[in-house]
Write a protein of this length. Structure first.
Length: 335
């Protein structure tokens, strides 16, 4: 009887000790927040896989960040030299497309109000901002389920953030739809904390000086592009489609409408900028659509992809609805 009682006491003590040694959600949040947000800067490499559509698309992402507000995010499709960049420096926020010799300047507070899953400081803020976030433990990772706070938050409201127990750095982020199905996966290949760069390193001119500047855009001769159609709800119908030809360049204008919503979609060849990177003011905010970086306002969204320029205008669609239309076009088949 005594032996059995002693065994029970030992088991209870071991359970209590294990509980005492376990990291609580609050402990983990404090550790990662301190490590991720108090660093003077960082650089990282990641891959982003978009799994919707007929085939997954993989993008390489490279980030520089120096406190307080300097950023350079470079995104390009794996195996493709054509890239886009978001640059934030003392002068403002810029979107740079080297292949088209185009630079757009925004009066925006990006990324403060638009969390991005590849910015580790933003991930820490996502976890802290969601009072209902849930943490679970796996063998080598802490996993947080939180709400997203980005351009896709209505379409992709959830994310799972995987944190290595030893390094306390993120290893993966899964962005999920309403059914908790993974739509975007970001895998961190390398994160270096404490890395800083001078303000001059974030000068937008540095990212517009291409060694292939004379031939930039030569491979984007896409004047006879295939028209892309959005995938929409059954009640949203195309009511008009017109094609215009001008000096061999095609422009397609389409009008869509439902009982209470409507929008106009324009697509045409994206011509290289003859002014060689002279920044053009863009209204609204940078919109990281996953597959491209565009510009969004309350009544329009525009982006360039694979040598084609897209523009959606509407007085009845919300920003989230315009993003949904844009995403459906990027991930649909050409018709």
């Amino acid at each position: 009887m005594r032996k059995r009682l002693l065994t029970g006491v030992l088991i209870l003590l071991s359970l209590m000790l294990a509980a005492c040694g376990a990291d609580s959600k609050e402990d983990v949040v404090k550790k990662l927040s301190t490590k991720w947000t108090e660093t003077k800067g960082y650089e990282l490499d990641a891959t982003m896989e978009i799994k919707t559509g007929s085939e997954p698309r993989v993008y390489d992402v490279n980030v520089w960040h120096t406190k307080p507000d300097f950023y350079r995010v470079k995104v390009n499709q794996a195996g493709d030299d054509n890239s886009q960049m978001i640059v934030r420096n003392e002068e403002g926020v810029f979107v740079v497309t080297p292949a088209l010799r185009k630079t757009y300047k925004f009066q925006s507070d990006w990324p403060k109000q638009n969390s991005q899953a590849y910015l580790i400081g933003a991930l820490a803020d996502d976890i802290k901002a969601d009072s209902k976030s849930v943490m679970r433990e796996e063998e080598n990772s802490f996993v947080f389920e939180t709400q997203t706070r980005n351009n896709h938050q209505k379409l992709l409201p959830y994310q799972h953030i995987y944190i290595d127990k030893k390094t306390m750095l993120p290893t993966k982020v899964s962005v999920l739809n309403e059914n908790k199905e993974e739509q975007i996966s970001i895998t961190f290949k390398k994160i270096t904390l404490g890395t800083t760069r001078n303000a001059a390193d974030y000068a937008v001119e540095k990212f517009t000086e291409s060694k292939d500047d004379q031939t930039a855009g030569a491979d984007l001769d896409n004047k006879d592009f295939q028209t892309t159609y959005p995938v929409l709800s059954a009640d949203m119908k195309i009511v008009e489609e017109k094609t215009f030809e001008d000096d061999g360049s095609k422009r397609v204008i389409m009008a869509y409408a439902s009982e209470d919503k409507d929008f106009t979609l324009i697509q045409q060849a994206a011509e290289p900028d003859a002014t060689s990177y002279l920044p053009v003011f863009a209204a609204g905010d940078p919109a990281d659509l996953g597959f491209a970086i565009g510009a969004i306002t309350d009544h329009s969204i525009s982006w360039e992809q694979n040598g084609v320029s897209y523009f959606i205008a509407s007085s009845t669609l919300s920003r989230d609805e315009m993003i949904e239309v844009a995403a459906s076009m990027a991930l649909s088949e050409d018709k």
